[in-house]
Write a protein that binds this ligand. Structure first.
Ligand code: 17E
Ligand code: FE2
Length: 401
């Protein structure tokens, strides 16, 4: 099939591309083969599919059940979730996850990395999510992070539960150093998670220093281990909001290690502008990690939504545009080029985080997965909140309800 007159990733002139057997076979100024199906895109924007690089699908769509998070803090959110967790069952998880996945799909998302809480003696969400990862494969590629929400050393049998979740088929290992009881536990939890991932050849994605405490320094341990174990870009530091509060001299020193370690970062601007700064009076810290400075240092940063209507965030509809929009404001990245290129936070940069770049992107020979937006470029798409009108996965059109 021949697609004509596409604005490919903000290109200044329109291009055509051909899809055969689920792959991109040609890109350029193309003439149709005899009898070939043709679709004229009329100058619309074509991007590689959107990627949700950080969300908690197991907690989605539970806000207010059984209680609302009144303080708006991460820590009250964890308490609310702990109450809801007692009532988890397979059907409940299935219904909510499917709903959330379809919300994402309708906004052109084709890949999701989800953190699944494994501080549950029954590992109910983990088990169900591994099944859903297979069942939903035609619509969404899902990566699962075994996420110890209530700690590895500070939760009964935390180490065993995390190990079991890895054996059940998690794609990545998580940790939550800032939530552990002590600084020593924080370091030990990171060592444990990294060694576990190395042993089972898994990726790593840590909820790292999600607190407005400038002395929360899990990140240096994570980056040092990524370097020493040669795991490099298989490792991701999510949130790192404490970095907002680190002193500049420390960040200056830290940057050397971060560059050497080659780890990825995920910022969740929509949720962290809501959760952070809650113990401040005025001035109130924004609490989002140093995105601009990380990018300037050549470090990979993607953006995630983190939550959809759950104890940590009371809104959300699966549209990553809102995440980008908030991120650009909070991080003060509002130059023309910043805005134009901001789709990369939820496409190419996120593909690096998920470790899928080899089979992602609009290039000859790669799977023909892409989205079409009702806009002439991403600047306009972002500004007008343009809809994703079509989403193709491996050459097949995904139904957008
Ligand atoms: N759990 C956590 O530790 N941090 C978050 N931002 C969310 C869940 C959403
Ligand atoms: Fe998170």
């Amino acid at each position: 099939m021949l697609f004509r007159n596409a604005c490919l990733e903000n290109s200044s002139s329109l291009q055509d591309f051909r899809v055969e057997d689920g792959k991109f076979t040609e890109i350029g100024n193309l003439s149709p083969f005899e009898g070939e199906d043709i679709k004229d895109l009329g100058g619309k924007l074509v991007l590689p599919p959107f990627i949700e690089s950080h969300v908690h699908l197991d907690t989605c769509l539970t806000a207010g059940d059984p209680v609302w998070n009144m303080s708006g803090t991460l820590f009250e959110g964890i308490e609310c979730w702990s109450k809801r967790k007692e009532r988890l069952n397979e059907n409940d998880i299935r219904e909510r996850v499917k709903k959330a996945v379809h919300m994402y799909a309708s906004h052109g998302v084709q890949f999701i990395r989800t953190h699944v809480d494994v501080t549950d003696p029954a590992l109910m969400a983990m088990k169900t999510m591994t099944e859903l990862r297979e069942e939903l494969r035609d619509v969404m590629e899902i990566q699962i992070v075994a996420f110890p929400q209530e700690g590895i050393l500070s939760f009964p049998n935390g180490k065993e539960l995390l190990t079991e979740a890895v054996k059940m088929g998690a794609d990545a290992v998580g940790a939550i150093p800032h939530f552990e009881f002590t600084r020593e536990y924080s370091v030990e939890s990171l060592n444990f998670a990294m060694e576990l991932a190395a042993r089972y050849d898994k990726l790593v994605d840590v909820h790292c220093d999600e607190i407005d405490d400038g002395s929360s320094r899990g990140l240096e341990t994570l980056a040092a281990r990524a370097l020493e174990l040669e795991m490099f870009d298989k490792v991701t530091a999510s949130h790192t909001t404490a970095m907002h509060s680190y002193n500049n001299a420390y960040v200056f020193k830290l940057m050397r290690l971060l560059k050497m370690s080659r780890i990825n970062f995920v910022a969740n601007p929509l949720v962290n502008i809501h959760l952070q700064g809650r113990t401040d009076t005025y001035p109130k810290r924004r609490g989002v990690t140093r995105v601009k400075e990380l990018m300037e240092a050549g470090i990979n940063v993607s953006f995630g939504h983190d939550d959809i209507f759950d104890p940590w965030y009371p809104l959300g509809n699966g549209n990553l545009r809102d995440v980008v929009f908030m991120g650009l404001h909070v991080c003060q990245m509002m130059g023309y080029e910043d805005i134009m290129n901001s789709y990369r936070f939820i496409t190419h940069n996120a593909a690096k985080t998920l470790h899928i770049t080899g089979r992602y992107g609009i290039e000859k020979g790669k799977p023909a997965s892409f989205v079409v937006m009702d806009a002439k470029d991403y600047y306009e798409a972002l500004n007008k909140n343009a809809v994703v009108s079509e989403s193709y996965k491996d050459g097949e059109k995904i139904k957008i309800q």
